[in-house]
Write a protein that binds this ligand. Structure first.
Ligand code: COA
Ligand code: AMP
Length: 630
């Protein structure tokens, strides 16, 4: 038996021993009483009774262990032409100082702090400072609009918000404070203070009494020490798209998070302390939380914080420039980023300018990785390209080629096999295990491993309904797929209305709510259609109210603007079409799956339950006018 299988069996049969050993790699303020307490399933507790501080393990520990002068964060920002290296010692000073700021403004253990920030060092500092004093951070991605930010403010009820004057997108400066102000005008909850980082590119006008500039906020403060944090208290809340317009507040428990992430760095990514690790994502997503901030720092690596894009900052060689300049050993990004590079530089000419000989592996996740992209990336980089699968909820990979344990053969289109401690089963609709090769709901047998979500913020009921009810004894991932005869997993599609746009997870239901609020729209449907660059993009179908006689284009432009304003530019909602009616089942359910197949010009069967099959031709006709269903 190879090391992967051996480790998998060990974690499956003796989870308590397996995780106790992994937990020894961290410094605990108080040892746990019980490794696994599943007495109140599915509210599983790991390391109960243990006390541990995230910031201590990510920062202080390394300074004490002699890594003080090593780079902790390598900030590389082509959009502002800035680079800055923060050593572990610098980071410790700045984090403890900002933790003192939080204390000055009355933030205490368990209070929430919303961080609405671009990719700058202060974002990481703010996150770590919260964990230092046992406050719970909730980072909101900068591409979300005021309305989405407001939803998160009302749910998390932060004592304080940390933001910046602006972010930078290629070709435009995104002012953050108007969005923050807009959110606070809508939200019922108001924070006591907003701390704003003023960036030179565009200064924000601060609101008297409410806002305080980042450096000014430091006056009359003292560095704060690490608090003792219960292993099962939340380290952060991260909102992700659910099946409605209301985001789900994924709660991450402190102890399990640290243990699982630390374990993953060597065993999954095969990275050693002292090496440079780069996840080209955004701290607003789970990839950014786990693999820009926490895991690399816990492991004593140098983590690249990249404020740029794969293309256009300044060209499709940007990733290779960063890899060569910072001697990156392991990189992680989304397949869409590779597709963007391939589109602009299909022959890979730009990589020839750079020395990327330090690179040992390239990891891809966030969406299904098509075999062409995997092969192109492998041919270009000449290192193993590893597709791995996980979710905001799980916090770390569920399926991967665990190259630190054993490099299994790669099957393009598959993220390989279950990571040790993840008991994956593909279930049919009767909750039985599907046969090898048969598609079903990808589910995880409970208990979930350490580091996975413990609940949804203040909403145990939604936690149960969303994940635990449909397949008793299992966590429902929302993904459909197969396990093949070699035990490899293939993730094929979602079973709900979530779509994946450029590696970003969006709810079509949420977009539909915005379209439906237009005064001329009677009914609508939004679905994800295949896109060569972004994997999927949302497409809207609108049925107008009787008597509306405005030009169609005016209404389409309106709804596109509304989605940008209400959800944010990240939704990439650019296409809508007006149709006479929508195809439905006799019970009135819109047949979104059939519309999607028509739009993608794929074969489909006329659903037996459809109330009027003639509609399908009308839909195909309307879609062909905008370049789909050809
Ligand atoms: N703040 C404000 N606006 C943002 C933003 C942010 N943090 N991030 C994205 N946006 C905006 C973009 O500027 C764009 O606006 P536009 O409509 O005015 O052009 C819109 O949101 C869509 O952004 P994006 O999906 O990033 O598309 P793009 O066309 O700008 O770039 C890629 C395409 C493929 C280069 C880009 O999506 C990419 O780098 N993807 C990598 C994905 C990734 O890291 N995923 C995380 C999971 S690993
Ligand atoms: P998020 O919570 O934003 O990380 O999105 C998680 C979802 O992205 C998963 O449930 C999948 O639908 C999809 N996803 C992530 N990684 C992969 C992958 N490697 N292969 C297929 N789908 C993926």
């Amino acid at each position: 038996m190879g090391l992967y299988k051996e480790t998998y069996q060990y974690a499956l049969n003796q989870p308590e021993k397996f995780w106790a050993e992994a937990a020894e790699e961290l410094v605990w303020q108080r040892r746990w009483d019980t490794i696994l307490d599943d007495s109140n399933t599915p509210f599983t507790k790991w390391f109960s009774g243990g006390k541990i501080n995230t910031c201590y393990n990510a920062v202080d520990f390394h300074v004490e262990a002699g890594r003080g002068e090593q780079a902790a964060i390598i900030y590389d920002s082509p959009v502002t032409e800035t680079k800055e290296i923060l050593s572990y010692r610098n980071l410790l000073d700045r984090v403890s100082a900002f933790a003192g700021v939080l204390v000055k403004y009355g933030v205490t253990y368990g209070d929430r702090v919303i961080i609405y920030m671009p990719m700058i060092p202060e974002t990481v500092i703010a996150m770590l400072a919260c964990t230092r004093i046992g406050a719970i951070h909730s980072v909101v991605f900068g591409g979300f609009a005021a309305n989405e930010l407001a939803k998160r403010i009302d749910d998390a009820k932060p004592k304080l918000i940390v933001s910046a004057s602006c972010g930078v997108e290629p070709g435009r400066v995104v002012a953050y404070t108007p969005l923050l102000n807009g959110a606070l005008e809508i939200s019922k909850h108001q924070p006591d203070k907003c701390v704003i980082v003023q960036r030179e590119l565009e200064l924000a006008e601060l609101k008297n009494g409410r806002d305080v500039e980042w450096f000014d906020a430091h006056s009359h403060t003292f560095p704060a020490e690490c608090a003792e944090v219960d292993a099962n208290d939340p380290v952060y809340i991260l909102y992700t798209s659910g099946t409605t317009g209301i985001p789900k507040g994924v709660v991450r428990p402190t102890g399990g998070h640290l243990v699982a992430l630390k374990w993953s760095m060597k065993n999954i990514f095969d990275v050693n302390p002292g090496e440079v690790y780069w996840a080209a994502s955004d701290v607003g997503w789970v990839v950014g939380h786990s693999y820009i901030v926490y895991a690399p720092l816990l492991h004593g690596c140098s983590s690249v914080l990249y404020e740029g894009k794969p293309v256009g900052t300044p060209d499709a060689g940007a990733f290779w420039r960063v890899m060569s300049e910072h001697k990156v050993k392991c990189m992680f990004t989304a397949p869409t980023a590779m597709r963007a590079i391939k589109k602009e530089d299909p022959q890979g000419n730009l990589i020839k300018k750079y020395d990327i000989s330090n690179l040992r592996s390239q990891f891809l996740a966030g969406e299904r990785c098509d075999p062409d992209t995997l092969k192109w990336t492998h041919d270009l980089l000449g290192v193993p390209v590893i597709d791995h699968w996980w979710q905001t909820e799980t916090g770390w990979p569920i399926a991967s080629n665990c190259i630190g344990l054993e490099h299994l053969p790669i099957k393009p289109g598959s993220p390989t096999c279950a990571v040790p401690s993840w008991n994956i089963e593909v279930l049919d609709s009767s909750c039985n295990s599907a046969k090898a090769g048969d598609i079903g709901a990808i589910s995880i047998k409970l208990p979930l491993p350490p580091g996975s979500l413990s609940t949804l913020w203040k909403n145990d009921k939604r936690f149960i309904e969303s994940y635990m009810e449909n397949y008793p004894g299992f966590y429902q991932t929302g993904d459909a797929g197969i396990i093949d005869e070699d035990n490899y997993l293939h993730v094929m599609s979602r079973t709900d209305d979530i779509i994946n746009v450029a590696g970003h997870r969006l709810s079509t239901g949420g977009i539909e709510q915005v379209l439906a609020s237009h005064s001329d729209v009677a009914e609508c449907a939004v679905l994800g259609v295949a896109d060569q660059l972004k994997g999927q993009v949302p497409l809207g179908l609108l049925v107008l109210k009787d008597g509306v006689n405005k030009p169609y284009q005016e209404i389409i432009d309106d709804v596109i603007k509304m989605v940008r304003q209400d959800i944010g530019p990240v939704a990439s909602f650019r296409t809508a079409v007006i149709v006479g009616r929508l195809p439905k089942t006799r019970s009135g359910k819109i047949l979104r799956g059939t519309i999607q197949l028509i739009a993608e010009s794929k074969p489909f069967e006329i659903p037996a339950t459809i109330d009027d099959p003639a509609i399908l031709d009308e839909i195909a006709g309307a879609l062909s006018k905008i370049g789909y269903a050809m």
